[in-house]
Design a binder for this molecule. Structure first.
Ligand code: CTP
Ligand code: MG
Length: 229
């Protein structure tokens, strides 16, 4: 089933401390955002990529897309102050498909087989997100770091992108968030507020988001391993 994907890339990458948007950091000679876009370029069910960028960086993104022959970018739209605003701007450009994926530009190791599982699950249930079982023991603590309790781990998931939705549901969820002035950290949290069910599709631990400097070490290691296969 065909889908379009919104790729937010309009952040500043402050936690990466690279002095530039982390989308432009090179891994084995290619910028992070190109690694991410290549996955969708090669997925035959992907009917278009809506890339969300900071207006100041538009030209740089346009040049990269051209240079690396990414043909599926159907529009480049302006981002907002928070990730949620950027995604909403992208969502307004989605057209002619029933299913939309949202996937962080800074998450370059997503596998094609996960995309098709998410699309199927979202077309059945309306909302499906990638996640992995939490590996660490999780404790809840006070502001003074005093442990309150150990949280039962078997029901905990660390959630990633892609997150896949029926377009009408995600639009409704965003509209309600605007109305209520609600800011969530992922799209699913907006959909949950509609009391609509969200299904987790098990992903893998390599689908990391490049957030802090050590993530680049993990990224290089993942790419080395893939080259060795
Ligand atoms: N993003 C966006 N618009 C924003 C903020 C974030 O499009 N206003 C994008 C980022 O470019 C990234 C994704 O959302 O691809 C996930 O966000 P995050 O990892 O937080 O990236 P940054 O906001 O760039 O990093 P930081 O929070 O460390 O500044
Ligand atoms: Mg951020």
């Amino acid at each position: 089933m065909k889908y379009q994907v919104v790729v937010p890339a309009a952040g500043q990458g402050k936690r990466m401390q690279a002095g530039k948007n982390k989308q432009f950091i090179e891994l084995v000679g290619k910028p992070v955002i190109i690694h991410t876009l290549m996955v969708f370029e090669q997925d035959e069910d992907c009917a278009g990529v809506i890339l969300v960028v900071n207006e100041n960086e538009r030209v740089v993104f346009e040049e990269l897309v051209l240079k690396h022959s990414i043909h599926k970018v159907s529009s480049i739209v302006s981002g907002g102050l928070e990730r949620q605003h950027s995604v909403y701007n992208g969502l307004l450009a989605v057209d002619g498909v029933e299913i939309v994926l949202v996937h962080d530009g800074a998450r370059p190791f997503v596998k094609q087989q996960l995309l098709s599982k998410l699309v199927s699950a979202a077309s059945e249930s309306g909302a499906a997100i990638a996640g992995v079982p939490v590996k660490d023991t999780i404790k809840k603590a006070t502001n003074a770091n005093k442990v309150v309790e150990t949280v039962e781990r078997s029901s905990l998931w660390a959630v990633q992108t892609p997150q896949a939705f029926r377009v009408s549901i995600l639009k409704q969820a965003h509209e309600k968030a605007v109305e209520d002035d609600f800011l969530g950290t992922d799209e699913a949290s907006l959909v949950e507020r509609l009391d609509h069910e969200v299904i987790i599709v098990e992903s893998d631990y390599q689908n990391i988001k490049l957030t802090t400097p050590e993530d680049l070490v993990f990224a290089e290691a993942i790419l080395q391993k893939w080259k060795g296969i």
